[in-house]
Design a protein around this ligand. Structure first.
Ligand code: SF4
Length: 482
């Protein structure tokens, strides 16, 4: 850790001037116009919701972290947090296996072994991304089958000039008119839960088709239940190493804003499936994925093995070149030539058992193939279930130690507050405003600076603390308490 800290500080010393006393020369109220803004410095075409929360601890610390260009140090607490999240995730859903694990189960002739080894190297990122979309589809349906869902993907776009949410991206000739001015903001919702006395759908519907075509209200109606008798609650999970919740104001505020972003994203994605479809395509394209690249045969194998009831009819429609019931996809005239695809037709990857269960899928060639475009279509249809009137306005933060949920905080969704925060945060990322470190009081310095990697070299903190030392006792007390 010390070496890591030293590396960061050395790199920052090369970027920011260092004072004679050895402090990094960040000065309140001044900007360095020669520097790229934080977003350019990050070097990505997107941000995450957590990126937007620049004041979770201290924005100056965040700023230094960005310019140091070093990966975050994985602390014991971060590791524990990840483990806790994974445990909760796998208790609610079947977790999509890693490509290497799936491949190790595939029985293929020796002549194919080198091809497989290459796959692990080549396909990994695309595979993981496509898997996360497959999983997302299944999880949204799980919400209505089991009453809860974990780790749900959401995203939105922000105009980097106006710092406003972009409600609808302009469509042009059936494709989204993507430009550099919109920034993708992505997030993962830890926990969605159905509230109310609703019947769970259970095994009522077995295919995506019936689920989507009938719509949730109709499904409930069919079960003779009142419509809209349920609400969906949105919450974020914080894992703790002790049975205590954070006391730092900045941390609590950020956690609340985080869930507000998630709620807004869900609502926005629910409004218009066609627009959501194009937003999803742009999302994948901004990450440099080819939306028309077919899913790999091992992925098809996995989807059919675990969710065959669900995806089978869709896959059969694609194979036969039939419509799936979503106009933008059905009318898409792109390159869907199954004959060109080396993977899906390479039935060696498909187990004999699956070939027996789904013989129609594995004879002859596929006219159309399952791709990210197909997944985007189904996902866009599914997001409609999160219409604004179904989303709880009371949002939630849940605190866990291991698998034990020991506390929760409820608070109201406030779109005005969220909007103000977005403007403020984008001001930071676009370099339109000054960096805003923690408030200058002895109390805040003792809360936030002690564990900070830059504590010894931070000019802002040390200059102010030195200033306090010069004050008389009564003034010092005022600055300690405020
Ligand atoms: S030392 Fe304090 S003020 Fe300076 S970056 Fe760290 S937390 Fe912020």
């Amino acid at each position: 850790m010390d070496e890591y800290k030293l590396d960061k500080i050395t790199k920052l010393g090369e970027i920011f001037k260092v004072t004679d006393d050895g402090y990094l020369n960040y000065q309140e109220g001044k900007t360095n116009d020669d520097l790229p803004n934080p977003f350019q410095q990050l070097g990505k075409s997107r941000l995450s919701v957590t990126n937007l929360l620049t004041k979770t601890w201290c924005e100056l610390r965040e700023y230094y972290d960005i310019y140091s260009n070093m990966p975050k140090f994985i602390t014991k607490n971060i590791r524990l947090g990840k483990k806790g999240h994974s445990a909760l995730e796998s208790s609610a859903h079947k977790v999509f296996p890693e490509l290497a694990d799936v491949i190790s189960e595939v029985q293929v002739p020796a002549s194919k072994k080198s091809e497989i080894a290459k796959l692990v190297d080549d396909v990994d990122q695309f595979y993981n991304f496509a898997s996360s979309w497959c999983t997302n589809i299944v999880r949204i349906v799980d919400l209505f089958k089991n009453g809860e869902a974990r780790e749900i993907l959401v995203h939105s776009y922000v105009d980097c000039k106006s710092s406003e949410f972009i409600k609808e991206l302009p469509l042009h000739k059936n494709t989204v008119d993507g430009s550099q001015k919109e920034i993708l903001i992505s997030g993962i919702i830890d926990h969605l839960k159905l509230e109310g006395t609703l019947p769970l759908i259970g095994q009522f519907t077995k295919t995506l088709d019936t689920f989507i075509d009938m719509g949730i209200p109709k499904l409930l109606d069919k079960k003779q239940e009142r419509l809209n008798d349920y609400k969906i609650s949105v919450s974020d999970i914080k894992t703790r190493s002790r049975l205590s919740i954070p006391y730092q104001k900045n941390v609590i505020n950020s956690s609340k804003l985080q869930v507000m972003y998630y709620r807004y994203f869900l609502e926005n994605l629910s409004l218009n499936p066609e627009h959501t479809y194009y937003k999803l395509l742009l999302n994948a394209q901004k990450r440099n994925y080819d939306v028309d690249k077919p899913l790999h045969a091992v992925q098809i194998r996995h989807l059919l093995t675990y969710y065959g009831d669900f995806f089978y009819l869709d896959f059969l429609s694609l194979k036969r070149g039939e419509k799936i019931g979503f106009v933008p996809l059905d009318e898409f005239g792109g390159d869907y030539d199954g004959g060109k695809n080396i993977f899906i037709n390479d039935y060696d990857f498909i187990s004999p058992n699956l070939k027996q269960i789904y013989p129609l899928l594995f004879e002859g060639t596929w006219y159309k193939l399952p791709t990210l475009r197909y997944l985007a279509a189904r996902m866009a249809q599914l997001y409609q279930v999160f219409q604004p009137n179904r989303l709880e306005n009371k949002l939630r933060i849940e605190y866990y130690m291991g698998k034990y949920r020991f506390a929760e905080k409820l608070f109201e969704y406030d779109f005005g507050e969220l909007n103000r925060h977005l403007h403020d945060s984008m001001g930071f990322w676009m370099g339109k405003r000054q960096v805003s470190p923690v408030k200058s009081t002895l109390k805040t310095f003792s809360i936030y600076c002690n564990g900070c990697d830059y504590s010894k070299v931070c000019l802002y903190k040390n200059k102010n603390v030195d200033g306090f030392k010069q004050l008389g006792n009564s003034l010092k007390k005022i600055y300690s308490d405020s």
